[in-house]
Design a protein around this ligand. Sequence first.
Ligand code: URA
Length: 435
Amino acid sequence: MAIRMFDCIQNKKLGHELSLEEIEYIIQGYLDGTIPDYQVSSLLMAICFSGMTNEETKGLTYTMAFSGDSVDLSEFGELTCDKHSTGGVGDKTSLIVGPVVSALGGKLAKMSGRGLGHTGGTIDKLESIPNYKTTLPRDEFIKQTRKIGISLISQSGNICPADKKLYALRDVTATVDSIPLIVSSIMSKKIAAGSKNIVLDVKVGSGAFMKTYDDALELAREMVKIGKICERNVSAVISDMNTPLGKNIGNSLEVIEAVDVLKGNIDNDLGKVSVVLAAELVRMFKKISMDDAIKEVLKVILNGKAFEKMQEWVAAQGGDINVLLDTSKFDEAKYRKDLIAEDDGYIASMNSEIIGNTSVMLGAGRAKLGDKIDYSAGIVLHKKTGDKVKTGDILCSFYTNNDEMLEPASDKYMTSLKFSNTKPSKEKLIQAIVR
Ligand code: URA
């Protein structure tokens, strides 16, 4: 019997399983325009309520993964590594994990995204390095990976076109927050990108997609399960995003902080999360224990090999490494404003989403697709959750080239903070690792 979209929607509404043929029919029809947005929206909403079985999620992941180009990394065998973060504020771990993993012999041919909304994106951060090329022809992308072990470019136009189209529809039909839809969206891109070893950084908290630990754990488990079914080594690190990661938020500010970690300053939240993420990949491709992987990661950070690798990589992509060797050479924003504490106490909590949006107001991100970014704009956090604050202390510093935004951004930032008179307990930085 011929498949009809109406029946697919009706069956999903009633909680029945879609067959692989039906999933392929839906994706193909949506891509070629024979199935309209309104029917796909209706199906997406039915999925939000009825969920999907493992079989359906796997079918959707594979169908989307092969809806466009995929990257062939088979020449690198088991050494290929990829990383994905579900999105956060101040999250510059890819700039650290990439060079660490390739300094240890891994092959990281990675495609990353841009920031949207309150979260940042690796490609925008890299573009703050003068002349860094975020696009490379496919053969150069592979050649550079072969030669130096790492290339990092923006996602090519035709990787997972089905996800691109579906994601845009989900965004405007309130159907983003469905675990099987998120799993298939993220994992289809990772499958198409071709790496054998994948570490997922699942953020949880006020600045993350997943606001609760239980939701983050479910997402992590589902992604790991689908990755394994698709014959990839996958692990998911659930890490705190109630507080922004590290001290700097904003593009060149985040590159500066990543360089600082690669120069050995690892005893901080950013250093700790980056070491665990990198070690997960090293553990997978070297087939060693996590303890040994952590030792190897620490070794290449502390002996400078990872920072050398970062320079080699940035230079290979045309970037000016002088700004890495001396980060004061980055263009500085024209205006700086310090926010001052008016009382004694402790920072009880921060709302990372509000802080991310404040940094967008200063020019560090886009309010909408296509907006221009001010690479030097952002926020340096001097006090974070759990810190003691005395009247007159600097809470944070704003950097921007648009002084008109300083006042509204200050008001917004202050709404993100809660103070207390007693020392608050902090969220655990790494809450779980799902393998
Ligand atoms: N990131 C993605 O790539 N897809 C989703 O569905 C959610 C977050």
